[in-house]
Design a protein around this ligand. Structure first.
Ligand SMILES: [Zn+2]
Length: 67
């Protein structure tokens, strides 16, 4: 359940993607935790994970493959 987020503005935490939920067409909000970004639907709670390529994620992947 991955999707590509290309717009820079879409990667801002707490920004809302209106009517973008694939399950209920509700509004979704960008959230992030220690593992990275995810998008959760405000209406039905559906979670999806965007493909993000930030330096932070790259470092995390490096660390994972090195250990
Ligand atoms: Zn939804």
């Amino acid at each position: 359940m991955r999707e590509i987020v290309t717009a820079q503005s879409a990667l801002r935490e707490n920004s809302v993607l209106f009517k973008s939920c694939i399950r209920c067409s509700g509004d979704r909000q960008i959230r992030r935790d220690f593992e990275g970004f995810y998008i959760s639907c405000l209406a039905c709670g559906h979670i999806s994970y965007p493909e993000v390529h930030t330096e932070e994620v790259a470092r995390l992947l490096e660390w994972k493959t090195a250990s």
